[in-house]
Structures are given as C-alpha cells and as structure tokens.
Design a protein around this ligand. Sequence first.
Ligand SMILES: NC(=O)c1ccc[n+]([C@@H]2O[C@H](COP(=O)([O-])OP(=O)(O)OC[C@H]3O[C@@H](n4cnc5c(N)ncnc54)[C@H](OP(=O)(O)O)[C@@H]3O)[C@@H](O)[C@H]2O)c1
Length: 292
Amino acid sequence: MLLLLCATLFVFLIFLYVLSPRLPPRPVSLNGAHVVVTGGSSGIGKAIAIECVKRGAFITLVARNEQKLFDAKKEVEQHFMNEKQVVQCISLDVSKDFGQVKSVMKQAQEKLGPVDMLVNCAGISVSARFEDIKPEEFRRIMEVNYLGSVYSTMAVIPTMKERRHGRIVFVSSQAGQLGLFGYSAYSASKFALRGLSEALQMEVKPYNIYITVAYPPDTDTPGYQEELKSMRRRRPRARRRRPSCLLASSRWLLRVQHGRHLVPGSRRRDIEPWASSPAANLAVELVRPELS
Ligand SMILES: NC(=O)c1ccc[n+]([C@@H]2O[C@H](COP(=O)([O-])OP(=O)(O)OC[C@H]3O[C@@H](n4cnc5c(N)ncnc54)[C@H](OP(=O)(O)O)[C@@H]3O)[C@@H](O)[C@H]2O)c1
C-alpha cells in the first residue's frame, strides 16, 4: 500500500514537473499600459503599436527619422480607444550608445510611467553573398539588430525587476531559425537574438518578466520593399503572397500578453525553445533563492 502511495506521488510530481513550465503567467492587460516600440515608425513595429493602442495602451515610438515618426504617430492615434491615450515619439539610434538609450528611456518613463512592454523591432537587412558583404556592414547589422535590442532591454530591465512585472519582445526572423542563402550577416544577427532571449528568460522569470521572440516570415513592409529591389532577380520566391503586418501583429500580441516565449513564423512549426522546457524551468527554480 505504502509503495503504491509513493509511486502515485512520484508520478504526480513528475506530472507537475513536466506541466509547470507550460502553465502561463497571468496575461498582461494593455489597457493603460506603457508600451515602447523601437522601429515603431514603419512596418511591423508600427502595426504592433496600432494593435497595442487598440487595446488601450500608451505608446512610445522610437526610430531615427523624425518625419516618419511624426507620420506614424498620426496614424497610430487614429486607433485610440479613449481620449486619455498618448503616443509620444523619440528620435534615437538604438545602436550607437547605451548611455544615450538609457537616458532617453528614462525620459520616456518620466512622461508615460514605467515601461510595461518593450518591443525590440528596430532592424535592418543586408542581402548579398558572404564575400560581397563588407566587414563594416557585418558590424553595422549586428549593432542595430542585436546591440540595439540589448541596449533598449538593459535600459528597462531594472525598473521591470523592481516592479516584478514586464514583457519584452525580440523581433527575430525566419532567417533567425535557419540560415538562408544571401543572409549570412542578417541571419547571424537574428540567431543572436534567440540566444539572448533564452538566457535572459531564465534570469528574469523569477521577477515575473516574460520574454517573447517573434520569427516573422517575409512580410509586406516598406523595409521589405526596399530589400526586394536588390534581390528580386535572385530570389523568385520573393513574389509569393506575404502576410499582412496587421494580422501578424495582432496574433503575436496575444501570445506576448500571455507570456509565451515563442511567436512562430508561419512557414515552420513551433520549435520547442529551451527556455520553456521542464529542465530549464527546474534550473530557474534552483537558482531563484539566490536571485531574490
Ligand atoms: N518585413 C519582413 O519581411 C521581415 C521578416 C522578418 C523579420 N523582420 C524584422 O522585423 C523588424 C521590422 O522590419 P520591417 O520590415 O517592419 O522594417 P521597416 O519597415 O524598414 O522598419 C524598420 C524600423 O526600424 C527603424 N530603425 C532602423 N534602424 C534603426 C536604428 N538604428 N535605431 C532606431 N530605429 C531604427 C526604422 O526607422 P528609421 O529608419 O527612421 O530609424 C523603422 O521604424 C526588423 O527587425 C526586421 O529584421 C522583417
């Protein structure tokens, strides 16, 4: 009898162990939340900002070009749910100087309150054979796509930890799941985001901060149109129907609110990420006392 009881308890514990990382945190409400979107003046970033505004969020749009920011602000404002909502714009190169990114994020928080959600969407692309990409282009793409996300995240993490609340999104790419011909520089920068997000998720989970990575497929945006100009001849697949930004971003946002680690690309099945595996969860539980 005792043996049966022990065996049942053992099976129950194993069941909890396997199930626990799959239990989602309480979904975050965006009503009244402060959402910062880097790369928010165009394409996917702007579409995410619009979806957040439709759910009642206050928005900070970050990008370099002031006119594009101003135009995006006007467009996002058209989707306000109530008259209290605000969209502020900040002209900033996220890749240059951590000190500058930090002080700009501080200003943004002074005006609209602590950041509840950061969407790292600012990005650039280079499409060419490895030997035709200049060393400075390799450096630049890593600075914008990877370090720009690191700096923005570093600037908001301390407040999120204090409040034990936050969501962070990294916009990778399908080229961040598999290496593609012509994308040696771009793919590497997007793969880097995956490593960053999985390691960071383990560190910040005890603080109720959840990280989501998006792996969008080719999506119709101004950035993508620019890229097409240089590669249409080389890649006929580029003419295929692409998902609309708005549709994609609304689907993602639900997963971000629910603290899911992965927003899948549409042409691949989910890759089970290490960060949400039972083993990773156990590791987080083991180090949790030291962290707090
Ligand atoms: N469209 C696709 O097919 C696709 C597929 C997979 C992944 N993605 C990723 O999704 C993200 C958005 O792509 P998109 O197609 O929407 O591009 P997009 O239309 O070109 O928009 C890029 C945004 O990033 C901003 N940005 C670029 N460099 C910046 C910097 N150094 N500092 C601050 N802001 C900067 C741009 O504004 P400024 O130029 O004014 O700074 C713009 O707001 C990128 O990370 C991209 O790699 C796109």
